[in-house]
Design a protein around this ligand. Structure first.
Ligand code: COA
Ligand code: AMP
Length: 631
């Protein structure tokens, strides 16, 4: 049936080159691409092989040239410090241009990597854009990771320079970034020459003479200086963003420049239905892909304003924080993770905190990052009276795979489904043997190659891992590692990961990485971490641990140490609070740990005794350990 969405989607698959060349008109090119796609380049082809552009110019300078100089570009709202500040497009462009000149003084140039380890402050956005201006490849590392995780990223990216701040501010504590950074640099084999540090008044950091430089002093000394936007090939990397894989070694997702900007520009109108000049608020963190695409880049490229919110949905100061920000800054749309709404609902089930806020200009709530449970969606629909749009994507894709194309037409919402594939995504459900699954049948969610613009062309320094991890299981397709189905109306349902990734409060985490950390404890013989259902965070990690023979210390003492090991090695963001000692782990006769069955037992779901189990009593023991802990 012909509908606006169906026609656009069909056109994107029938003639991708024509579709994306048209979409590319939303971008300011230094050299306009004549071809949309070159199948002979890269692992599966490359988008806009002959285009030349600059991401910073597209987000900032061009809007000043087009008369938006006095429009708000960045609205910083920080309930944790009490600071609010708005930067116009003209101011932000000046700050970025000046800071890029500072980076040039330290020798930063096209192709160099710069790690950004910063909280949600305007300087982080300025630093990222300064990199984009010079063609340096930024890699933002989330503040909730431990030093060892940061060290892994330093070693893989080999940055010329690191941008950081003295601290991040969580509702109950200050997170001193500098000692973590110093530790990480000490652990890594590739120490950068230079660290530029923003001293925050809440907690100042010690500086290392020769290596560390004060951000504000450099910025002030560079007053009046400017820098030019470097012409970049559309296929040049804009950033590397590390994400969890099945092992403790993170994957460096590479994002190219041209395809990404084109896809983001399309999504701002086609998916999010936001107009230039409006305010779009994405309440994520710049350390995640959602933050890259819809805090840092997407809205500004589109000429819309962003809100940079340094706070939480609850506790800063209460469950009305989101309503305040929407009404105060006149946001037309909010994009957040379902977990944020579960937290608000738990604290304020009747939505009483909405009273007194004018949300009349608020049009749409977008949710992504984890499965949106129908109860949360219904609550948000009822309390806000606007469409609540679930959409689904991955760090790898950079923008939505599946969504409800509000800017084209609002399709009927089906709770539990993020709706339909976005243009360019030829999504299929394949059985394990590669045959296409019929409607309604659960299978592997895959995307036919080539992936649309915006999606990763490769992994940094590891093309082999890209091929092996994503392209080999189903030749001709990208494997999402999600299981799901498509119903008779073409609605896609994402049900679960097929690998060892879990999603805790919208944060993607590797159980394998946590197991590696636990295994480093001297008393641990073996362990298994599974994600157990959690009412607010969606999932919470629980570790089952077998201690080495002869360890005769009290189990709860060792369990506490194990919790600390994960916090210190992976970071607080893992939210690893429960380690349970057991005598043995349930395994198949070939030695594979039965994680799926453990998870079902922990979630209280029906489970069947696996035929291949080595020792059935091991499963009883898991159940008893959980029962005992839950009291
Ligand atoms: N820097 C340092 N530490 C951080 C951090 C950061 N940027 N972000 C989180 N942490 C810490 C928290 O302080 C917490 O530490 P604690 O164990 O000492 O309490 C720990 O990491 C776990 O954080 P989190 O899982 O986020 O739990 P929370 O209780 O602090 O907050 C929510 C719960 C639901 C309010 C919060 O998770 C949230 O807003 N989630 C939305 C996530 C999101 O936007 N995801 C992006 C995808 S769209
Ligand atoms: P990340 O790379 O952190 O964005 O995490 C990507 C993974 O999160 C996906 O592969 C899914 O497993 C899950 N995910 C993201 N959004 C959704 C959603 N809307 N519904 C279900 N799962 C989701």
């Amino acid at each position: 049936m012909s509908t606006p969405y169906a026609d656009i989607y069909a056109a994107s698959l029938a003639d991708p080159e024509a579709f994306w060349l048209k979409a590319a008109e939303a971008i300011d090119w230094i050299e306009r691409p004549l071809r949309a796609f070159d199948p002979s380049k890269g692992v599966y082809g490359r988008w806009f092989p002959d285009g030349v552009l600059n991401a910073c110019h597209n987000a900032l300078d061009r809007h000043v040239e087009d008369g938006r100089g006095e429009q708000a570009a960045l609205i910083y709202d920080s309930p944790v410090t009490g600071v609010k500040r708005t930067y116009t497009f003209a101011e932000l462009t000046e700050q970025v241009s000046r800071f890029a000149a500072v980076l040039q003084d330290f020798g930063v140039q096209k192709g160099d990597r710069v790690i950004v380890y910063m909280p949600m402050v305007p300087e982080a956005i300025i630093g990222v854009y300064a990199c984009a201006r010079l063609g340096a490849i930024h890699s933002v590392v989330f503040g909730g990771f431990a030093a060892a995780e940061l060290a892994k990223r330093i070693d893989d990216a080999r940055p010329k320079l690191i941008l950081t701040a003295s601290c991040g501010i969580e509702p109950t504590r200050k997170v001193a970034y500098k000692p973590l950074l110093d530790q990480a640099i000490a652990m890594s084999a590739h120490a950068p020459d230079t660290v530029i540090l923003l001293q925050r008044p809440e907690l100042s950091a010690e500086m290392m003479r020769g290596r560390d430089h004060d951000w504000e002093a450099l910025r002030d000394a560079a007053n009046g200086r400017t820098s030019q936007c470097e012409p970049m090939a559309a296929t040049d990397p804009l950033y590397i963003l590390y994400t969890s894989g099945t092992t403790g070694t993170p994957k460096g997702v590479v994002r190219d420049t041209g395809g990404y900007l084109v896809a983001l520009a399309w999504s701002m109108s086609g998916l999010y239905d936001v107009k230039p000049g409006e305010v779009f608020w994405c309440a994520s963190d710049i350390g995640w892909v959602v933050g890259h695409s819809y805090i840092i880049y997407g809205p500004l490229i589109h000429g819309a304003s962003i809100v940079l919110y340094e706070g939480k949905p609850i506790g800063t100061p209460d469950a009305g924080a989101f309503w305040r920000v929407i009404s105060e800054h006149k946001a037309v749309a909010l994009f957040t993770a379902p977990t944020a709404f579960r937290a608000i609902r738990k604290e304020d089930p009747k939505g009483e905190k909405l009273a007194g806020y004018d949300l009349s200009g608020f049009r749409t709530l977008f949710l992504a990052g984890e499965r949106a449970d129908p109860a949360t969606i219904e609550w948000a629909e009822e309390k806000l009276g606007v469409p609540v749009i679930d959409h689904c994507w991955q760090t790898e894709t950079g923008w939505a795979i599946v969504g409800n194309p509000v800017g084209i037409e609002l399709l009927p919402v089906k709770h539990g489904s993020p709706t339909v594939p976005m243009p360019g995504y030829d999504l299929k459900i394949l059985e394990d043997d590669g045959r296409e699954a019929p409607a309604g049948k659960l299978g592997n969610i895959v995307l036919k190659l080539p992936l649309p613009p915006g999606c990763l062309p490769t992994l940094w320094n590891d093309e082999a891992r890209f091929r092996k991890g994503y392209l080999e299981a189903f030749p001709g397709y990208y494997q999402t590692s999600d299981a799901g189905f498509v119903d008779e109306d073409g609605y896609v349902f994402f049900m679960a990961r097929t690998d060892d990734i879990i999603n805790v409060a919208g944060h993607r985490l590797s159980t394998g990485g946590m197991e590696e950390a636990i295994a480093s404890h001297p008393d641990v013989a073996e362990c298994a971490v599974v994600g157990v259902a959690d009412a607010v965070k969606g999932q919470a990690p629980v570790g089952f641990v077998v201690l080495k023979a002869g360890v005769d210390r009290p189990a709860d003492e060792v369990e506490r140490e194990i919790v600390d090991v994960v916090r210190n090695r992976v970071g607080p963001v893992a939210a690893f609070k429960t380690a349970l000692t057991v005598q043995r782990l349930p395994k198949t006769r070939s030695g594979k740990i039965l994680r799926g069955t453990i998870q079902k037992i922990a979630d209280g779901e029906d489970w069947t005794m696996p035929a291949t189990i080595e020792d059935p009593t091991a499963l009883d023991e898991i159940g008893e350990a959980l029962k005992e802990r839950r009291g």
